[in-house]
Write a protein that binds this ligand. Structure first.
Ligand SMILES: NC(=O)C1=CN([C@@H]2O[C@H](COP(=O)(O)OP(=O)(O)OC[C@H]3O[C@@H](n4cnc5c(N)ncnc54)[C@H](OP(=O)(O)O)[C@@H]3O)[C@@H](O)[C@H]2O)C=CC1
Ligand SMILES: CC(=O)N[C@@H](CCC(=O)OP(=O)(O)O)C(=O)O
Length: 415
């Protein structure tokens, strides 16, 4: 039970040298840009600007991987006026190589970023522009922080060699029919879906390293798959009877005004939602089924709790015959031994959301159930960091050949 169940091992080596003095093995993708691409967003069409390469010498050569230590990687943040976009900006303030060159917004296009997010006013940043006015000619990589449903068409219109980490749900489900069933419309970029790699870093590190388009996991799926995937792979728990109760802070719902998220609607209480079927169910089941190599179904109820950030997932599982809670603990311990961002707590310490706020950590622990043969697993993350923007930075670090913890060594903010 000592060996790791995950696909990666140690973080990427520091400062990978570029191959043959050029940037990376994906250079074959650098075939110049389309001049302008029409992108359908909702009911309207927008035009995405990109530079044209009139001759091979003049081609813009985005850095695609293997950047040198100290070398600048030029970043676009789409949806920078939202919560996950702002969190990308906050995290990159401490990143030695990722430099933000383009920031987009929708309603807030034309505004200064510091007036939209005064807590980040000290950062020297470009103004917010509409996606149609964004110039991607001096960009190497994109963080796409847009609502699901808007992202497939927008990404389709971007220069094809850009590295992209998409924080929305638009590319997470491999089966486009399942996507249509859960998201209420047919997939608008099935060809891109085929190349998308699911971005659960600790599980799919090797695939992410070589990806161009990464579908960053949802916050609930991150907090649930990190403990359950290794236990399922090692066949330590039964897959027939997994019950998950999860709780999210309100920032999980984004910054857009919604009546259901008014202070008066959510303060001093907790309520469940998506009880019959939350759209994260197929995403979680996809990951757990991959681990089990057979179809896994779960019972999952999310709850909205009156806090700004944080997420707790409590997982009730039945152990395989002869397996003890100590076996589960030891397996998770050895699995995550070398991992910087996933920590199994000692002894009977209970993971608290307040102990991970502002950080890229997932804390977890395993407990005896009163009922013999069952165990209770608790994991906590900051939904905006490990559940979104932190994991996104971790993934782009890997995709650019940088150490995956670059710029992410923020300790939690407590009290
Ligand atoms: N919040 C969280 O904890 C998590 C969120 N995610 C996912 O990340 C994505 C972003 O979430 P979050 O930051 O919370 O969302 P927000 O609602 O806070 O921000 C959305 C951003 O997208 C822009 N936008 C909205 N509609 C359009 C459009 N039609 N075209 C172009 N831009 C548009 C908004 O601009 P403007 O404000 O100017 O209108 C804003 O910048 C979502 O897909 C979400 O599901 C994933 C994991 C966790
Ligand atoms: C509190 C809250 O509303 N949370 C969101 C999930 C946030 C997230 O991870 O959403 P994506 O899958 O879109 O990335 C929800 O339940 O829909």
């Amino acid at each position: 039970m000592g060996s790791t169940a995950l696909g990666g091992g140690a973080p990427a080596p520091v400062g990978l040298a570029p191959k043959n003095g050029v940037f990376g093995s994906n250079l074959k993708q650098c075939n110049g840009f389309r001049l302008k691409t029409t992108v359908k967003v909702g009911s309207s069409s927008v035009r995405v600007r990109a530079s044209v390469a009139s001759s091979p010498q003049k081609q813009h050569s985005p850095k695609t991987s293997g950047v040198k230590s100290g070398e600048e990687v030029r970043i676009a943040v789409l949806g920078a006026s939202g919560y996950t976009g702002a969190e990308i900006v906050r995290l990159l303030a401490n990143h030695p190589q990722f430099r933000i060159k383009v920031m987009t917004a929708d309603r807030k296009a034309g505004e200064q970023f510091g007036s939209v997010f005064p807590h980040l006013i000290t950062q020297d940043l470009p103004n917010l522009v509409a996606v149609k006015d964004a110039d991607f000619s001096n960009v190497d990589a994109v963080f796409c922080c847009l609502p699901h449903g808007t992202t497939q068409e927008i990404i389709k219109g971007l220069p094809q060699q850009l590295k992209i980490v998409d924080l929305s749900a638009d590319f997470r489900l491999r089966d486009i029919d399942e996507y249509a069933e859960w998201y209420g419309h047919s997939h608008r970029a099935p060809e891109l879906q085929q190349e998308a790699v699911y971005g659960l870093t600790e599980v799919l590190r090797d695939e992410i390293r070589n990806a161009r388009l990464v579908a960053n996991p949802g916050c609930y799926p991150t907090s649930i798959q990190l403990p359950l995937v290794p236990l399922i792979k090692a066949k330590l728990i039964k897959v027939s009877n997994i019950i998950i109760d999860a709780k999210s802070g309100v920032s999980g719902a984004g910054r857009g005004a919604k009546e259901a998220n008014l202070y008066t609607e959510i303060a001093e209480g907790i309520h469940s939602y998506g009880i019959k079927g939350h759209r994260h169910v197929p995403e979680i089941e996809q990951g757990l089924s991959d681990a089990a190599e057979s179809k896994v179904t779960i019972s999952f109820t999310p709850n909205l709790i009156c806090m700004k950030r944080g997420m707790q997932s409590t997982m009730f599982v039945e152990m395989a015959p002869g397996v003890t809670v100590s076996d589960l603990y030891q397996h998770l311990k050895s699995t995550y031994e070398g991992e910087e961002f996933v920590k199994l707590l000692n002894g009977s310490s209970v993971p608290h959301t307040r102990h991970v706020v502002g950080s890229n950590y997932c804390f977890m622990n395993v407990f005896e159930d009163r009922i013999p043969g069952r165990a209770i697993i608790i994991s906590v993350i900051d939904n905006l960091v490990k559940g979104a923007s932190g994991q996104a930075v971790q993934n782009l670090n890997l995709m650019m050949g940088l150490p995956e913890n670059t710029g992410l060594q923020y300790q939690p903010l407590f009290p």
